[in-house]
Design a protein around this ligand. Structure first.
Ligand code: KG4
Ligand code: ZN
Length: 346
């Protein structure tokens, strides 16, 4: 079955065709970065307008690269949450309209389920595993029992990890998007130059797997001099290396706690921050674990992850009604909240 997947939740206009949830026939990602760069961050209104302008050519290009006509597509899927409302609405409305006009099934997809699925496009991964979802909007540690069955164990109590990368980069004038730039500058820095604090959320077991990045962000931005170690220089490279080291340590320590507590030895990462080279090397050091990262092209936003996970809903006969709407947020995780409320599609 060939599914056309559309993704427009943030600043990438993306469309892919994936066969049977596995074979990527095309994967077109049109990035809007140059249009947001001058503002040092994503401008929602510009994002929506660019999506509206680009969606048709991007979908046409995805069909062309897959060497298929629209008639040969079995179903259409779009991200419907979470993300920027105006941006989401473009891809969702386009997908629903296309499905309606061609009388094909439509499937609305939770973006985070897409990120969790990305590694499955190139690996056969049995469930359950411990999922690590790290993006611009989310930092989630979950026990993953199936493609739409995630038990959230921990999340951030304030900023997401990607947000921290982006804010640090913006403050030091390093550029946008921050994560990739910090990752690159950190290669020439010394992580030992600063002793930034690793947040402690250890009072009782309430936050056993939770993380926090707001304190680290403040320390790096406003108090870097306080944490500079004698004999080291305050260079951008050193700041990036030490910040990245602390941010990765923060999330990896909680992730490993989940691994130890559950005894599950497979870890699967997803989301833009899963591209981070230090996060990858830190987990690679744990040779006793099977840590799986998506290829770099599938870490950031793309249509293939949406088409891939949609296939599994479709196979189960689970399609979305034409009045399915978009939603900017998924409910903040609270203990006791059922995972379906967090990750469910409607
Ligand atoms: O998944 P994604 O493309 O969009 C969201 O769903 O948010 O993630 C974007 C985030 C941004 O915060 C970006 O700075 C971060 O991923 N990112 C990275 C790297 N590449 C992208 N963060 C750290 N290291 C990277 N190499
Ligand atoms: Zn994303």
């Amino acid at each position: 079955m060939k599914v056309l997947g559309i993704e427009s939740s943030c600043d990438e206009t993306a469309c892919a065709v994936v066969e049977d949830g596995k074979t990527i026939l095309s994967n077109v990602v049109a990035t809007q970065i140059p249009f947001h760069q001058i503002y040092k961050g994503v401008v929602p209104e510009i994002a929506s307008r660019k999506h509206a302008e680009w969606i048709l050519p991007v979908v046409k290009q995805a069909l062309k690269e897959a060497n298929l006509t629209l008639d040969e597509i079995d179903a259409i899927a779009s991200t419907n949450r979470p993300g920027l409302m105006g941006a989401l609405l473009v891809g969702l409305t386009f997908g629903k309209t296309l499905a309606w006009a061609t009388n094909k099934p439509f499937i609305a997809i939770n973006h985070m389920l897409g990120h969790m699925y990305a590694a499955h496009l190139v690996n056969d991964i049995p469930y359950p595993y411990i999922g690590l979802l790290v993006s611009g909007g989310h930092s989630i540690i979950a026990k993953v029992n199936g493609f739409d069955d995630l038990e959230v164990l921990g999340t951030t109590i304030d900023d997401s990890i990607g947000e921290a990368f982006d804010k640090v980069s913006k403050f030091y004038g390093l550029g946008y998007p921050g994560g990739m730039i910090i990752d690159r500058l950190a290669q020439n820095g010394d992580p030992k130059a600063f002793s930034f604090p690793v947040p402690k959320l250890d009072k009782g077991d309430d936050h056993r797997y939770d993380v926090s990045f707001s304190g680290l962000k403040t320390a790096v931005i406003h108090q870097a001099d306080l944490f500079l170690k004698p004999g080291y220089e305050k260079t951008n490279e050193n700041i990036c290396a030490a910040f990245q080291e602390t941010a990765c340590k923060t999330i990896v320590s909680r992730l490993l706690r989940a691994v130890d507590d559950t005894g599950i030895k497979t870890v699967v990462a997803g989301g833009g921050v899963a591209a981070n080279s230090r996060l990858r090397s830190m987990l690679a050091e744990r040779t006793d674990l099977n840590c799986i990262f998506p290829p770099l092209k599938l870490c950031g936003d793309n249509g293939a992850m949406i088409a891939g996970v949609a296939y599994h809903f479709l196979k189960r006969g689970d399609t979305s009604p034409i009045d399915t709407t978009a939603s900017a947020r998924i409910p903040q995780f609270k203990r006791g909240l059922k995972n379906l409320e967090f990750f469910g599609r409607r």
